[in-house]
Design a binder for this molecule. Sequence first.
Ligand code: BGC
Length: 736
Amino acid sequence: MKSWLCCAGLLAACSTFAVAQRAEAQDTTNNADSRAAATEAAMTDAERVSLLHGIMAMPYGDVKIPEGVPFGAGYIPGIERLAVPPLTETDASLGVSYVGGLRGDGATALPSGMAMGSTWSPELMHKGGARIADEAHAKGFNVLLAGGINLVRDPRGGRAFEYLGEDPLHSGLLGGAAVAGIQSRHVISTVKHFVLNPTETGRQFHNGIIDEGALRMSDLLAFEIAIEKGEPGSVMCAYNKINGAQACGNGRMLTGVLKRDWGYKGWVMSDWGAVRATDFALEGLDQQSGAQLDAAVFFGQPLLDAAKRDKRYRDRIADMSRRVLRSIYAVGVDSNPPREAPIDGAAGAAVAQEIAEKGIVLLQNRGGILPLAASAKRILVVGGYADAGVLSGGGSSQVQGQGGPAVSLPTIEDGPFTAMMAQNYHRSSPLAAIRARAPQAEVAFRDGRYPAEAALAAKNADLVIVFGTQWMTEGLDVADLSLPQGQDAVISAVAKANPNSIVVLETGGPVAMPWKDDVGAIVEAWYPGARGGEAIAAILFGDVNPSGRLPVTFPVSVAQLPRPALPGAETVAPSFGGHGKPGQTLDIDYNVEGADVGYRWFARKQEKPLYPFGYGLSYTSFERSGLAISGGADPSASFTLRNSGARDGADVGQVYLVETPHGKTRRLVAFARIDLKPGESRTIDVPIDPRLLADWTAKGWTIAPGTYRFALGASAEDLIEETSVTLAGRTWNYRK
Ligand code: BGC
């Protein structure tokens, strides 16, 4: 892995952090290659192949789950005589998944990926990763199917809530830190879903069309950085096709880019139900996951049969097995087995709350209506099941605490995935947390079913806190950016009745806000996790100063998106999975935006978003100045941040490339989240990853000689100071 990238984009303090991460990895990676080779050489063919396919460890199909195997996402038996441990796999990035309550236990639900992305804090991602890995271990798992880092190309994508944002540097650094945190506890992590996978409509047959250069500079770059930072034991390939070839049978991506160019040494596991044929092995897939979801166990007997007639399969079986073994040894899974034990719920709750508090984004604060005065006498809380809990996203990443969800609303017909696809609320009531913070106030609640009723109650309140929710799930996209079930009308009615209205959003991703100009404050709380209610109240009352910054652009409306109509919505019925009809394909042309995802698209089209990438307010104020760029072989950016207000706070300094010799552009090239006391200022020096200055051309990464202009930003739209530097031309590639 390339060391020159190691610190890119982090603050000065990251050097100790990075050194600590490397040390963890070195302890365990020393002999992984030679040990894997020795074990593989001692295996029979049947043993080799037993490592290369697994079952979904849930009652589904006629597969028997061996005794003692915990209900979870997957299971691959070990090889006792060679001390190879079984792999026990659980989802996902937000904690140990609930599998619809099958295990009967609970776990710490971290806030959504969007909330984590809003912290802009690799350190916090590492901490969150380590925490959920400890819980995975305590529940008998040694593989976490975490590391969801697909870029959010479309805010309607059903899994946007699981992902970290729309920028490759930001998602790569944060995702890589989470993976490193997980693996520091001897639990293997994936990064997923390799690659593209931005929408759920027709997810089993959607074909993403995109030039390789654009992909290398966007989604692939996020994976590349995350893999360098986190060294994940496994990469999970996606359901969709890329340029006509299924992601899990895509030789160009798996063998060409991942293994050859990037030198990736771990194994590629399939997504569940994403394997179509045995020859996917020749394209670079190493393991078939959850095989009962596929048409056959392609990586069992058929692989052995193929090896008898074709040496390429024989060689691949050896390589595939070595890759699985290497990661087991590199992460120390064999020497640190999971031990079932009660989880440390208090420690988990503390991390979940810290992430929620640092990830909540204050979007609007007219007349300083927030933080709330503890003196307010009559507070009305409306909607969002705020009396019961906070919303979470659906699908395989769904996590729930002890006792299960506070509210669970089924969304699909009865079947094996009904519980996973329910609209679930964590047991952390914002209403209770607000009441606890305002003991002298009379705090009333209306569920928000009727706009008129909410408006009537709003008239009699000093202030109104109205919740707006947008549920998202794996398997389905959202149809548009509205708040469903009439919530926009409730917010408008409340705001008209009482100007002191504060909107708290619990959304999977960006939403439109037709009522924006009528309300006082807007707080984006995302899906805030196990202690979300407490975190929301802490922000509202000012016990915590908001510091989250948007990791995605909020459009005014879908008309501003590269594809205003959701591709496939007209022809594909919403469904959780579904392979479609034989031969069915849904071609989506991602060359429309190419590498210009999110804010880069808005900059290219000169469109003004509702809220830009990188944006977020605070209860204090900041001054940003002194941008200086040094060029050369190891470029870096330095800038000064100053807390010019009266409260402790944290700012995220952001440096954007705004012009190259080819013309105008917008690319985040460095960032740093810094805590500052009132009056304190700090100058930070952040390395710039040269790939962010380059374009991918036929020759590889290419920096054109000439002048490069950079800007210091409070967001991708609010660019404060500019400076230029002349760079010598340079081209490099991966071939040694
Ligand atoms: C999801 C993966 C998940 C897997 C196992 C799939 O449906 O796409 O993210 O890890 O299931 O549960």
